[in-house]
Design a protein around this ligand. Structure first.
Ligand code: SAM
Length: 251
């Protein structure tokens, strides 16, 4: 839900919020309890009525952590880049069919991939759309990001069945949390509450493999079974996850 403080209704941003509300089928209302989207300091944030403002969740491709990862994250030597094959070929086309907050998609695009982000959750998709809007106005991101990253608000299954073939399909479905401890990051917990689980993730496997010309890459927690119980061609180990790679053709 989008909460629009009534003071905003008369200013320019209200048009933009109305567009978001229509595009993502998010009703606007003046009061809410639980999770809601709010317009704060020219950005859309996900907030909870019971949590302090410091816990706001947003997509910020220009943030310290995103740019740090872009500048010092190892680029094509990162596990995700190797799994996707960007260490061998930089300008691959990638369909990131479970985009979330777009972190992985951003890493891939910053190395050179052309990334289509697909997200079905309306709140998450609206956050992504707003992150892309701000990136398009950012001095360091504006010249490359808008041409390399775009958002498609739809269920992955539709995108996988309708898209033109791409070099790589990337999947990172939600996975049940193993432990409900402080170790599970606050943001991750919030995300689980808003998005829930993805019990239909296995159904994406076949269409994803069909659409990919070169490979399908599936991000999994280190302890998790392979998607759809199908053994990958090889695995690339990341810090907390692994990437299962299903190779169809050489890069
Ligand atoms: C674990 S998060 C992805 C995180 C992402 N890789 C990142 O780096 O920010 C999974 C996301 O995929 C979305 N998702 C899961 N299944 C989907 C489906 N069938 N179609 C579209 N989006 C889906 C969820 O709504 C959630 O936002």
């Amino acid at each position: 839900m989008i909460l629009v403080p009534s003071t905003l209704l008369a200013d320019a941003s209200s048009n933009y919020l109305q567009q978001l509300s229509q595009r993502f089928q998010l009703p606007m209302q003046d009061s809410v309890s639980g999770w809601y989207l709010s317009w704060q300091d020219d950005r859309l944030v996900l907030r909870h009525t019971e949590l302090p403002k410091q816990s706001d969740i947003l997509v910020d491709f220009a943030s310290g952590s995103s740019s740090y990862r872009r500048q010092y994250g190892g680029g094509k030597d990162e596990a995700i880049a190797k799994a996707v094959g960007l260490n061998k070929k930089r300008d691959l086309t990638v369909l990131d069919a479970t985009a979330g907050l777009g972190r992985d998609g951003f890493v891939l695009a910053s190395i050179g991939a052309d990334v289509t982000l697909v997200e079905r959750n309306p709140m998450v998709a609206a956050l992504l759309a707003d992150g892309l809007r701000r990136a398009a106005q950012h001095p360091q991101l504006a010249e490359w990001l808008p041409t390399r990253m775009r958002l498609q608000f739809s269920p992955a299954i539709d995108a996988l069945q309708q898209a033109e073939p791409v070099d790589v399909v990337y999947l990172d479905p939600m996975f049940p949390e193993r432990q409900k401890s402080a170790l599970v990051k606050k943001e991750m917990r919030a995300f689980h509450e808003v998005v829930g689980e993805d019990p239909d993730a296995d159904q994406l496997f076949e269409p994803a493999l069909q659409l990919a010309k070169k490979r399908l890459v599936v991000k999994r927690p280190a302890y998790a079974a392979a998607l759809a119980g199908t053994k990958p061609s090889h695995m690339v180990k990341g810090k907390n996850n692994r990437f299962d790679v299903y190779v169809k053709a050489a890069l």
